[in-house]
Design a binder for this molecule. Sequence first.
Ligand code: ADP
Ligand code: ZN
Ligand code: ZN
Length: 729
Amino acid sequence: MADPSFIQVALPVPLPQLFDYLAPPGGPLPAVGSRVVVPFGRRKLLGVVTGHSGQSEVPAARLLPVTAVLDDNEPMFDPALLDLLRWCWQYYKHAPGEVVAGALPPALRSAGNGLPQPPPQFRITADGRQRLLQGPGRAPVQHAMLEALAAAPCRADTLAAIGSQWRKTLAALLENGWAASEPAPPDGLLARSDRPPGPQLLPDQQAAVAAIGQDFGRFRCHLLDGVTGSGKTEVYLRLLESVLDAGGQALVLVPEIGLTPQLLRRFRQRLGLEPAVIHSGLAAGERLQAWAAARSGRASLIVGTRSALFVPLPRARLIILDEEHDASFKQQDGFRYSARDVAVKRAAELGIPVVLGSATPSLESLKNALEGRYGWHRLRERATQAALPSWRVLDMRQHGVFHGLAEAALEAITACLARGEQAMVFLNRRGYAPVLMCQTCGWHGLCERCDAHLTWHRGAGRLVCHHCGSQRRAPALCPDCRADALMGAGEGTQQLEEALERRFPGVRILRFDRDQTARKGVLDRQIEEVRKGEPCLLVGTQMLAKGHHFPGMTLVVIVNIDQALYSADYRALERMGQMIEQVAGRAGRSDKAGTVVLQTLHPEHPALALLLGQGYEAYARWLLEERQLAGLPPVGYQALLRADAHERARVERFLQEAAAAFPAGGTRLFGPMPAIMERVGGRSRMYLMLQAGSRAELHGQVDAWLPRLRELKTGRQVRWAIDMDPQEL
Ligand code: ADP
Ligand code: ZN
Ligand code: ZN
């Protein structure tokens, strides 16, 4: 092959290819992994160099040189990470440039920013110590800051806690020579002897730590399958200690809602270091700092949500993915990847172990464990000697109801509060009432853009669509018959909260749902309050099901799970089982036993009987057998061709042509069929489903199909995308 004379660049455009460019005039080829600015049509775009090559399909005369090479030609991505990104765009059939751009922190997606200097830390000087001896005098803030610095060198974020005057005060200290700045040390991992010791591990925990520890330095996937409260986090902490002590880096991925201050505090206290935190809610500057710290190796523990998966890790030794069954690990639009699957792939490429933790493993992971492909470590007892909760099923056909709660459930709450304990009511529907309905003519609010009811948010006086977000003012009179007869039908968390306030006057009631916790800090404040253990009653949505440890919680009431029992989505039963088990896991986590009350109209449903009678694992194995019979994932492999447009006919026409263009082979094709919720945001959504017994066969046929799809003229009138291993129908 000729000497490489071109570079291939990933550009953030929705096209399936890379683009060839020449070196800048007079300069060498920019390094693979570095950022460049290139001419693209009449625009200038920022891209990342993914490779060098000796030949181009574009005639040499038409190739253009790059306009600028950024970051002093320093690669942003190492070759291993680029290989992972390449695997991603090939596997998920997504535009390479969008995959690569998405892996850069937002601040680096424009040419104005480069890698930041690490934040300095500040220390007290000898003069500063002299000054401290003179006492606060008339400068109490200054004195407080000197005291903080005398205790230990601090970063700016720590000093900010001293008060709003901190910037001015710090500037004055520096100017007077009482404090000095210096580069901060990596991330301050405490020496092992200075760390608080953890509890003595239980035998099952010990065995898991030992088995996973055997695999340091090579790839293996481990399923840590432990009931809630069984000490999974404790296992992570021991593994992290080994990794950090050996000078390695570890990446811990958690679901969106799992990244609580408690978890970070636990890492901080036990490891004595400051984790670098990465999630999409961070300001661009903070995110860039954390990313740069990981990339430079200064940060050894990186904790984040899905978007942290692609952070550069020059010293990676371990990846942990907590609550691996959680749906938020799958990106549901754009680049539709599964962070769990890509994390396993990344560990395989890096030759390091990956730990998937859950109390309710996904069927995918359970199958891998059953077949021996994953290490399987079960923690079946709660670490704190707390007994697993007992179940009580209330047949709602036989119980009087008060706002959706059976009298027996209310009595259980009364008794629980009287014992000085805490209770929670779980209802997977936020808002006041699902529908505002006219008692005279039956009118109810429907979203004009979706196949969905509008949910009544009484406090705000609005009708809100939970699918497209559109809202309008709730009418006072019926829009159809003008009767003054509008009433809420069904229950939402807001209404339940109100009803419970009336029923339990004087009891502290806290609501946990997206409306209540939208404001920053509310969720954490409420969690802290519950953790104090005073008697209280929680009302909330699935937000309550995730990971929180509430020691005083002994009663969980699950209002209604019946929808899942008869859903059109074959995953609904799996999710229901996970949800019930997770919610139940909130009950009785310390020394007192917990009770879970489940209200249903179908107490005889075999799925429910199995789940409650024999537990999640037996239930999941049964679901897996059912999937086996139907050839459904994880036994078979699926992909969707999704399409949507304002006019249904266009979607249908495109999908019909697409179906006709599907190459011959072993993959079966179903559809076109409408999505379970067809209309969202005014667009009709439909799909073709592809199902195969082998992954290779499915990918081979989809890859052969894609160029044909791009040729279809009807495809230009709709939005379409491939969804590999889809999670939602
Ligand atoms: P999980 O992550 O499985 O929900 P955690 O690791 O949070 O479980 O442990 C639940 C509780 O049990 C925590 O309070 C933790 O400190 C405690 N714990 C964990 N392991 C042990 C142990 N070996 N001995 C005593 N307490 C433990
Ligand atoms: Zn009416
Ligand atoms: Zn809508």
